[in-house]
Design a binder for this molecule. Structure first.
Ligand code: 13P
Length: 247
């Protein structure tokens, strides 16, 4: 069985002092972890967290990456720059990027491609809004979002990670039920199966109000291969409990 992946998404949270305390506590609790663990941190803290992760099993991730390789793109961070700091994962297409920064399916797919070109695993996020769910469009929406990533990355599909994050569950305390999540994960797996010979190699994470209390039941679903954790990844004890549930 492949190892599960638990990735923390700190979003725009942290400080030098808070990061140090958090990462030290997570690293201290990691040795028993049977799953893969990463933290996706704000870009200015990559160097700090890289140093704190040194010699541990904790891997480093970024929350975004530019589609461009280099040049006149003020404010952007390239995949090569992330690779310079030992970054293993880059979230692409988080719903907060889609919603607040107008990121399109096409841009998200290009960002995944840029990450892969530098040996960084993209964590490609898909997910429906509450209005879309209520209109019965959930599977159409996530399939459309994933299709763009598949089309642009067909030859390297086995190297990506997908994250299903229903927008209505993010930061709301209202998590998808294990059955709701599994249903969408199964649909995503079927879509991957049509595009790659080993769809089971691709980890499909669940994200959206995952916490110490609900992690085990979500992670027990056959097509849920890990979690993308927001709020609960900022508290070492909670994050470690989720990691333990994945073991
Ligand atoms: P929460 O765990 O805070 O709901 O956030 C989920 C998320 O957006 C992870 O990327």
């Amino acid at each position: 069985m492949k190892k599960k992946l638990i990735a923390g998404n700190w979003k725009m949270n942290g400080s030098l002092a808070a990061n140090e305390a958090l990462v030290r506590a997570v690293v201290a609790g990691l040795p028993q972890a049977a799953c893969k663990v990463a933290v996706c941190v704000p870009a200015p803290y990559l160097a700090q967290v890289q140093a704190l992760c040194q010699g541990s099993a904790l891997e480093l991730g970024a929350q975004d990456v530019s589609r461009h390789e280099q040049g006149a793109f003020t404010g952007e961070v390239s995949a090569a720059m992330l690779a310079d700091f030992g970054v293993r994962y880059a979230i692409v297409g988080h719903s907060e990027r889609r919603q607040y920064h107008g990121e399109t399916d096409e841009l998200v797919a290009a960002k995944a491609q840029a990450a892969l070109a530098r040996g960084i695993t993209p964590i490609a996020c898909v997910g429906e809004t509450l209005a879309e769910r209520e209109a019965g469009q959930t599977e159409d929406v996530v399939r459309r979002q994933l299709a763009a990533v598949i089309d642009a990355n067909r030859s390297r599909l086995g190297e990506i990670v997908v994250a299903y994050e229903p927008v209505w569950a993010i930061g709301t305390g209202r998590t998808a039920t294990p059955e709701q999540a599994q249903q969408v994960h199964a649909a995503l797996r079927a879509q991957l199966a049509a595009a790659t010979p080993q769809p089971e190699r691709i980890a499909i994470l669940y994200g959206g109000s995952m916490n110490a209390a609900n992690a085990a039941s979500l992670l027990a679903q056959p097509d849920i291969d890990g979690g993308l954790i927001g709020g609960a990844s900022l508290k070492a004890a909670d994050f470690l409990q989720i990691i333990a549930a994945a073991g």
